[in-house]
Write a protein that binds this ligand. Structure first.
Ligand SMILES: O=C[C@H](O)[C@H](O)[C@H](O)COP(=O)(O)O
Length: 233
């Protein structure tokens, strides 16, 4: 039976995808990992979109039974668009997952959260025995924080408290409240929080715990020590 897409024109990624060819190769590789019956954690962002497209194609062509646990409304919409049924982390645990990243170091530690989905992405990754991280060559760094700021998700009531503590207790180059592009005011995450993009002078792993100890910090974009395998082109 021909699969009919009920969501024409609603694909959530509207912009150009940079380094598309490299991302497509990693996406194709991860699509081959899918087996019948899998429950797959689905990351957010452009690389995850390409991976989901490749997985959706296999699922439809081979009539596979898989379910996805999306990490954002963006990912959920894309699952619907590509015809991959979804479930939730409350109902089921992932067999494995895939996601993109903003930076990857030599020990497979990551910075994530450019797209604001860091909280759900970390919950799904921490619940999954293995996550494939799909990255193009520009994402590799010698030391985390080399290129990217670290996104920190914060309860909006703690906005002044957290900003003050970050400046007082850490060597920071900049602390910027992430502003919305097509809406006035700050980005509000899917959990109703705001995001600070923080450029640390000398990022180290202890900061994950030190930053999270500030009341009002919900999550950070440092993904350290998770069970991940890096897939690149
Ligand atoms: O919140 C966004 C996510 O952490 C993305 O997975 C990350 O920013 C990578 O995105 P992209 O695959 O578009 O480079």
């Amino acid at each position: 039976m021909k699969w009919e897409n009920p969501l024409y024109n609603t694909l959530s990624w509207s912009g150009e995808i940079d380094n598309r060819q490299e991302k497509e190769k990693a996406a194709k590789t991860v699509s081959k990992k899918v087996s019948n019956g899998d429950i797959i954690g689905v990351g957010s962002g452009s690389t995850s979109l390409l991976a989901l497209e490749a997985i959706g194609r296999r699922v439809r062509e081979e009539a596979m039974e898989v379910k996805a646990i999306p990490t954002s409304k963006e990912a959920a919409l894309n699952c619907a668009y590509f015809g991959v049924p979804t479930t939730t982390l409350t109902d089921e645990r992932p067999s494995w997952g895939f996601d993109g990243a903003d930076e990857v170091d030599g020990e497979r530690n990551l910075i994530k959260g450019r797209g604001g989905a860091l909280l759900a992405e970390k919950l799904v990754m921490a619940s999954s025995p293995l996550t494939y991280i799909l990255v193009d060559s520009r994402k590799f760094v010698k030391k985390l924080g080399e290129k990217s700021s670290v996104p920190i998700e914060v309860d909006p009531r703690a906005i002044h408290l957290v900003e003050t503590e970050l400046i007082k207790s850490f060597h920071v180059e900049s602390v910027q409240l992430r502003m919305a592009v097509s809406k006035d005011g700050p980005v509000i995450t899917e959990s109703g929080n705001v995001i600070f993009d923080v450029k640390f002078q000398n990022l180290n792993h202890k900061m994950e715990y030190e930053v999270k100890a500030i009341p009002g910090v919900v999550e950070t974009g440092l993904f350290l020590g998770y069970s991940v395998e890096i897939l690149t082109s």
